[in-house]
Structures are given as structure tokens and as C-alpha cells.
Design a protein around this ligand. Structure first.
Ligand SMILES: O=C(O)CCC(=O)C(=O)O
Ligand SMILES: [Fe+2]
Length: 241
């Protein structure tokens, strides 16, 4: 299951201002990667959804109390674009993840290369791929949640908006909440355009306080889609048990 490189996407990711993105991630716990995918790449990726042979499972969210809508987890080998995004994004995010873990006094550290991190997941029994395509219609939504699939947790993940807001759908905003110690929850609505990606904390992130860093618990979800169809690509870096 090594990840095929999509060279165009790899170059595009390397060209982003990762110093500024890392600073935004440290400050907010999330950051937008503008126009990560072109409109054509978005629609080509969304068009994979009905191809059963590409996926290992199909989830109807309402059946599990996850919200309303559906998603499919890809099988290995991942489509080249998805595998390319996963490997190239991981390489940029691993240093941020290691810094976060140090600040949160967590002992786990992440290898520089995603292939090596996957070997670590697989050794822990987390062998099933987690990248997924999601699809929401009118009235659908995604409840606030965390994408944890075992003890191996890479602390950042990415979601790419494959549909055009305003044209393909209305409503359906990407929402994050954070719970600071002894405070009520704070919400952020992430402004995403067609092909934009959001990088965000899976579970918790460090925040600088007057007496050092403390951990803030994060959740993400999607508000109700009012009209049309909203499709996303989710990229989670740990595999699932
Ligand atoms: O559809 C979205 O924007 C969120 C999808 C999601 O929960 C994920 O990618 O983990
Ligand atoms: Fe999620």
C-alpha cells in the first residue's frame, strides 16, 4: 500500500507557505489551503463515489447516529490523487504534529515519511485505509465528532471541499468547536471555497496559557445542507483497526 505520487499535486503542496500555515495551525487549530484542487480535479474525484470496487465500506450516517448523509472509505491502493495528497500533506504536517505533541507532553513522535507512519499503524493492528468520500443532500449534516480509529492517532487531518458553495449547494458549513478547560465551547465556521482544503486538529491541540501550554479538545462537523449536494474528500493519516 505505498502511496502513488501525483506529481502535480505534490508540487502544489510543496509550493504553499507552510511557515504561515504552521503559524495559523498553532494559533487556531485549523488553517485553509486555498484551491488545493482545481474544479476538474474536484469533480473527477467526486465522480469516483459510485465506483463500488474502489471502496471497502459504505456508511449511512443516520443508522449510526452520526448525522444524515453518507460516506465511503477507499480501499488500498488509493487513487493516485488521493494517495499523493495523503503522502505530501503528511510530510508537511509531521513537524507540526511533533511540535504539538511536545507541547502537550505526549510521548509519541511521528516519522518524516507517511510510508513509515503507516508501517507503525499497521504494526499496531490499524491496517484499514481511512481516506473517504462524503456526500450530503438537502437536510443532511454531520454531527460534531473526532476521527479516532485506535491508539495510533496523527493529530491533524484534512478535508477538501469538492463542490462549489452557492452553485452546487447552500448551507453545509464546516464547523469546529473547541473546549478549553473550565470554559464553555467556542465554535468556528471555516470559510471554504470550491477546491479549498481545511487542515484541523483531530482530537486536541496545545494552547499557550500564562502558566505554559494546555490541551484544548476539538470536534468537527458540518451544518445542515439547505439545498443541492455537497461532496468532500476526507484525508485522515492514521489507518483504522
Ligand atoms: O464533510 C466535511 O466537510 C467533513 C468530513 C469529515 O468529517 C472528515 O473529513 O473527517
Ligand atoms: Fe470527520
Amino acid at each position: 500500500m505505498t502511496e502513488t505520487n501525483d506529481t502535480k499535486v505534490t508540487a502544489r503542496i510543496a509550493a504553499l507557505d507552510w511557515t504561515a500555515l504552521a503559524a495559523a495551525l498553532d494559533r487556531e487549530g485549523w488553517a485553509v489551503l486555498p484551491r488545493l484542487l482545481s474544479a476538474a480535479e474536484c469533480y473527477d474525484t467526486a465522480a469516483l463515489y459510485p465506483l463500488e470496487e474502489l471502496f471497502r465500506s459504505h456508511v449511512q450516517m443516520a443508522r449510526h447516529g452520526f448525522g444524515r448523509g453518507e460516506y465511503r472509505y477507499f480501499s488500498y491502493p488509493l487513487p493516485p490523487l488521493v494517495g499523493g495528497l495523503r503522502g505530501a500533506l503528511y510530510a508537511q504536517l509531521a513537524p507540526v504534529a511533533n511540535r504539538w505533541h511536545e507541547r502537550m507532553e505526549r510521548v509519541e513522535r511521528f516519522p518524516a515519511d507517511h510510508t513509515n507512519y503507516l508501517a507503525q499503524c499497521h504494526a499496531a493492528g490499524q491496517v484499514r485505509p481511512t481516506p473517504l468520500l462524503l456526500q450530503y443532500g438537502p437536510g443532511d449534516y454531520n454531527c460534531l465528532h473526532r476521527d479516532l480509529y485506535g491508539v495510533e492517532v496523527f493529530p491533524l487531518q484534512v478535508a477538501v471541499l469538492l463542490s462549489a458553495p452557492g452553485a452546487d449547494f447552500t448551507g453545509g458549513e464546516f464547523v469546529l468547536t473547541e473546549q478549553r478547560p473550565r470554559m464553555q465551547s467556542r465554535a468556528a465556521v471555516v470559510p471554504l471555497g470550491h477546491g479549498d482544503a481545511v487542515v484541523f486538529a483531530v482530537n486536541e491541540r496545545p494552547v499557550a496559557g500564562s502558566r505554559g501550554d494546555y490541551r484544548v479538545a476539538m470536534r468537527h462537523g458540518v451544518s445542515e445542507v439547505r439545498s443541492g449536494h455537497r461532496r468532500t474528500l476526507g484525508i485522515i493519516f492514521h489507518d483504522a483497526a
